[in-house]
Design a protein around this ligand. Structure first.
Ligand code: ZN
Length: 354
């Protein structure tokens, strides 16, 4: 961790440190002019600050809509403000996505105004990175910020522009469809980058295109997954045919059921009340170690919970994780309607996301 502002920690991915050391090293080795080398290192340092400010733009906008930010991570390909949850309203997402680039636009506007008023030129005189005067240095910082603004607003995931575009479309149609459309736009754009990069012999442009292309589909899958766990109920996922194990059931019977596909079991007492579970882990362990177990009573877990049928799948997943359960009975009043285990969830999601 580097520092914490507004209760949001800034963390650095180790490869980012590597990149900084590399840049510093080359700057020192390649130069005979120490002043230029130091200015170049300062410039990289300021780039790093501008990226952090950009991420705080996202984080503080998110905070305004009650969305918490876990942390800000800096890596060689840029910064990420990791939001704890996604804003549900497209209008909120729009503001959060735009807030990052907006910070760079504000820095650019302020510096431009000052530069324009004092010198009449806001950008560096040529594209060779040299800091002949202090003002040139400021002009380079200015160019850096307008570049960050434009680059991040490329309308393709994982760029902020992709999120802005998705939010704009989502204002009209559903979020999943909007993500689908936005990822198509991103892919077309990515192919354009790759082709143009090859044509103009600009390797970096082609690589950016390739990266965007790969990320576009990922974002769509993620959104679809989020949508599924937020809208599906336990009733839709639960399995109604399942083995009701009793304490006196023999382990050979358990192995037999396990072989035929059931992974996790609920253990019931003689009155039919769920009293515990027999997780996959215990069964596999018994099989590999050839443990001498006679009945379920010899080894099961008395860890048990229940879930109501109208509970959302996302809540069920969190519940299983929190309770350390691998299976849970779905209970409505006194009636046990079915069970959900990890395998059921996996299969259901795999079936929907495809
Ligand atoms: Zn951003």
């Amino acid at each position: 961790m580097l520092a914490t502002f507004f209760n949001i920690p800034v963390k650095v991915h180790w490869t980012f440190g590597l990149l900084l050391s590399f840049i510093t090293y080359t700057a020192i080795v390649d130069t005979t002019n120490w002043q230029q080398a130091l200015l170049f290192i300062s410039f990289v340092f300021i780039l790093f600050i501008c990226v952090v400010l950009h991420e705080y733009g996202h984080a503080l906008a998110a905070k305004r809509f009650g969305v918490k930010t876990k942390d800000i991570i800096l890596s060689p390909i840029g910064g990420v403000a990791r939001l704890v949850n996604m804003p549900s309203k497209p209008a909120h997402e729009l503001v959060i996505a735009f807030a990052g680039p907006f910070v760079n636009l504000v820095i650019f506007s302020v510096l431009s105004t000052v530069l324009w008023a004092t010198t009449g030129s806001v950008l560096p005189p040529n594209d060779e990175m040299q800091f002949n005067t202090a003002l040139d240095f400021v002009r380079w910082v200015n160019l850096l910020n307008i570049s960050l603004f434009v680059f991040n607003l490329i309308p393709a995931f994982p760029m902020d522009g992709g999120r802005v575009l998705r939010a704009l479309i989502a204002l009209k149609i559903g979020r999943v469809k909007a993500t689908h459309l936005a990822s198509i736009v991103g892919r077309v754009l990515a192919i354009g980058f790759i082709i143009f990069g090859v044509y103009s012999q600009n390797l970096i442009l082609s690589l950016i295109g390739l990266f965007i292309f790969m990320m576009a589909g990922k974002e769509y899958d993620q959104t679809k997954l989020t949508e599924i766990v937020q809208t599906t109920t336990a009733r839709e996922v639960m399995r109604t045919t399942f083995t009701k194990l009793q304490l006196h059931d023999g382990y050979p019977f358990v192995f037999q059921q396990f072989e035929s596909g059931e992974r996790n079991f609920v253990v019931f007492d003689l009155l039919g009340n769920p009293i515990g579970t027999l997780p996959e882990l215990f069964i596999k362990d018994a099989i590999t170690n050839k443990t001498n177990l006679n009945t379920v009573n010899d080894r099961y877990s008395d860890n048990i919970g229940t879930v109501a049928p109208d509970q959302k799948l996302g809540v069920v997943i969190e519940y299983l994780k929190k309770m350390g359960l691998s299976i849970v009975p779905i209970v409505d009043g006194n009636a046990i309607l079915g069970v959900i285990d990890r395998q059921d969830i996996e299969l259901f999601i795999r079936d929907k996301v495809g």
